[in-house]
Design a protein around this ligand. Sequence first.
Ligand code: ADP
Ligand code: ZN
Length: 531
Amino acid sequence: GIAEMAVTQTEALATLHKVFGYEAFRGEQEAVIEHVVAGGDAVVLMPTGGGKSLCYQIPALVRPGTGVVVSPLIALMQDQVDALRALGVRAGFINSTQDFDERRVVEAEFLAGELDLLYLAPERLRVEATLDLLSRGRISVFAIDEAHCVSQWGHDFRPDYLALSLLGERWPDVPRIALTATATRATHQEITQRLNMPAARHFVASFDRPNIQYRIVPKADPKKQLLSFLREEHAGDAGIVYCLSRNSVDKTAEFLSRNGIEAVPYHAGLDAGTRAAHQSRFLREEGLVVVATIAFGMGIDKPDVRFVAHLDLPKSVEGYYQETGRAGRDGLPSTAWMAYGLNDVIQQRKLIQSGEGDEAFRRRAQAHLDAMLALCETAECRRGQLLAYFGQEPHPGGCGNCDTCLTPPETWDGTVAAQKVLSTVVRLQRERGQKFGAVQIVDILLGRRTGKVIQFDHDRLSVFGIGEELTEAEWRGVIRQLLAQGLLAVEGEYGTLVLTEASGTVLRRERQVPLRKEPEKPVTAKSPASP
Ligand code: ADP
Ligand code: ZN
């Protein structure tokens, strides 16, 4: 079999052709594989979709013995193993979803040397019986996937990962490869330390996707904005449109179809048959648009996706990077386009507050959202921000292929405008028990005598009508940016706007508030309440 052949570099290439059917290695793959096949330890940092799996699968096939893969993603193991078996690779897994008999079969295969790859959940390796099993078989390589889970400061910390440092002590002759997509430089060092891999070679792939143009526009009438974007720049192209809710997925797909763009919905609420049909159409056809929740895209490898559009704000920069990263795998020019507005910020902040999870969880979710908002509101190169987020060097002087580089946004001194908003919030906060959101604040600033303004006597406030120099859209932009800068906060299920500790510094004129001008004249929204 493959495992008995001589260990050479061409053998790795032959395995790539024969087993996986690919032409050539990508990026760092070849160097990583060569190093691990020769018995060296490696720490691999590669973006999602970069091709990490082959970095351990090929060494596992080329070296004698079984490659043991530690992965926290139990839900994916069955699929991974099925996919490998379909290629003729002898793969198995041991995790908590199995019954006793199923596990016994896999264990026997491993001991008989009949497995090329064995997937394990990390908690398995804390059990002496598992370690004992492993020591009775022959292991070719240990792969530690999602290695950032070992970092106590990261958001995915798994205590079970700390136990993985013993692999090196117990199996000093078996090479180890740790892989991750989300490490900053600090996490990278932590991985090396905690997994006890001081001699490991480090392979750091670039996170830059130079052929993807990043653009984030202010949201006004998102479906219409999307339609003009598609008509003007991506007519007949295949692409993915992400929405947060199933309902908006259905509506957007319908809207596009009605307007002459072939589009199908994809979300967990559709039956499996429909989902599979839509997915295979997307892979097969040239110009289909899939409108989807984030459920779509995992494991999809379509090289000619020309655009990824977001109609709602992703929850984190990692999510945004991963989703936009599905565009342009073929290296040809592609667009990552997003419409983003005040309601996105309010909605996401509300979700975090009313959602499940403890205080620490909430704080992390908030930090993730803040990083995403910073990316949306930046007046600097978007690509630079993305690269910096992942701990990589930005392009000096900007990338030249994102909206802020192509048309640098103007900034203006928004201090007075900020003070007007904050003063209004202060006055509304004094009305105990009453909850007012952004709509009421804008109505008051613009001096509109709406039903709700009259009902609460808000036309008698000193701030009533003090903001007529800006339009409604501009005020919403100001509020959005104040939220993003932490100068305003959202409270409770109604999205009540409240002051933060930092708000005082603006009200006391201790600091300036630079704001960015909205780069695109927003299309006028039909209803003032729903931009
Ligand atoms: P990651 O684990 O880094 O997210 P994967 O290992 O799942 O990425 O690879 C992403 C996709 O790229 C997969 O569909 C995989 O089959 C494909 N792929 C990986 N390496 C190559 C290659 N050398 N040539 C062609 N396709 C590849
Ligand atoms: Zn740029």
